[in-house]
Design a protein around this ligand. Structure first.
Ligand code: NDP
Length: 284
């Protein structure tokens, strides 16, 4: 029987630790503030934004919300971001993605000050990660490192295979695993003989975006399997991993829901609370 890595429990622990830290900061007269911007009313984005605000409330972070019309122009959005960049009372700025098609996502990401880039998507944050400097780290991969560490799974020296090379999951995940001294392989849609590569993995991370694609044929006996995928099917939520097929052959696995998903918001909160530390030590 594989160990089920409980992302709900681990994310709750992290949020409780942050709550204590925020209470201490408040006693010292410091308040943490996150600005959350949503453009348009995509229903999935509305749910994500609501959950982020709820997490802020729980931890004691002040959230200021900007719900902008779908017709907002790129210039108007960037103007708001610049205003928030210049506000001393705002620690973090989050623009919920995707933005409407008429707005250039890269321009929006670049407009956020790297000092307030709590999503960790700014090229400066990504660059800092790739050369081993401290800075904001993209929340989902950072959450996966916490899941592994807090489940007492050793990373150093392990063969880690990541399926997916997106800017928000696959690539930062690979950099973080490298930082933890794993031997890292990244697979993608042009990888030849994917199964042969994934079967080498002690730690297999699936961020492929295809429901239940990863069956036991891709997994080495005793491997740790991390499922990043989220898919809403008629029968309910599932991941990129076929859980029922893979669970009997692996040593530990994250479920969907309740695995990686809850960690993303917990790490966003971590980035907000630690914004001062990250900025004071490295970025200024
Ligand atoms: P993308 O679609 O951006 O990337 C998917 C990656 O998988 C690409 O690099 C692609 O290769 C690769 N790929 C696609 N098909 C295959 C294949 N048949 N064989 C090998 N590689 C393949 O997805 P994201 O990284 O944004 O997200 C991945 C999954 O994680 C999604 O299900 C998403 O919903 C979920 N997700 C979950 C989060 C959470 O909080 N739990 C947060 C973010 C994402 P190529 O580059 O060659 O096209």
């Amino acid at each position: 029987m594989a160990k089920i890595i409980d992302g709900k429990k681990i994310s709750a622990q992290i949020k409780d630790e942050l709550k204590e830290e925020v209470a201490k900061l408040k006693e010292e007269g410091t308040e943490i503030t996150l600005a959350v911007i949503q453009v348009g009313n995509d229903p999935a984005s509305t749910v994500y934004v609501r959950n982020k605000k709820k997490a802020c409330e729980y931890i004691g972070i002040r959230s200021v919300s900007y719900e902008l019309e779908e017709s907002t122009t790129e210039e108007e959005l960037i103007e708001l971001i610049e205003e928030l960049n210049n506000r001393d009372d705002v620690n973090g700025i989050l623009v919920q993605l995707p933005v409407p098609k008429h707005i250039n996502e890269d321009a929006v990401i670049k407009a956020i000050s790297p000092l307030k880039d709590v999503d960790g998507f700014h090229p400066q944050s990504v660059g800092a990660l790739s050369i081993g400097q401290k800075g904001y780290v993209s929340c989902t991969p950072a959450g996966i490192i916490q899941l592994l560490k807090r489940s007492d799974i050793d990373i150093e020296g392990k063969e880690c295979v990541i399926i997916g090379r997106s800017n928000i999951v696959g690539k930062p995940m690979a950099l973080l695993m490298l930082r933890e001294n794993a031997t890292v392989t990244i697979c993608h849609s042009r990888t030849k003989d994917l199964k042969e590569v994934t079967k080498r993995a002690d730690i297999l991370i699936a961020a492929v975006g295809k429901p239940k694609m990863i069956t036991k044929d891709y997994v080495k006996e005793g491997a740790v399997v991390i499922d990043v995928g989220i898919h809403r099917l008629e029968e309910g939520l599932c991941g990129d991993v076929d859980f029922d097929d893979v669970e009997p052959v692996c040593s530990a696995i994250t479920p969907v829901p309740g695995g990686v998903g809850p960690m993303t918001i917990a790490m966003l909160m971590y980035n907000c609370v630690n914004s001062r530390k990250i900025n004071e030590t490295e970025l200024k």
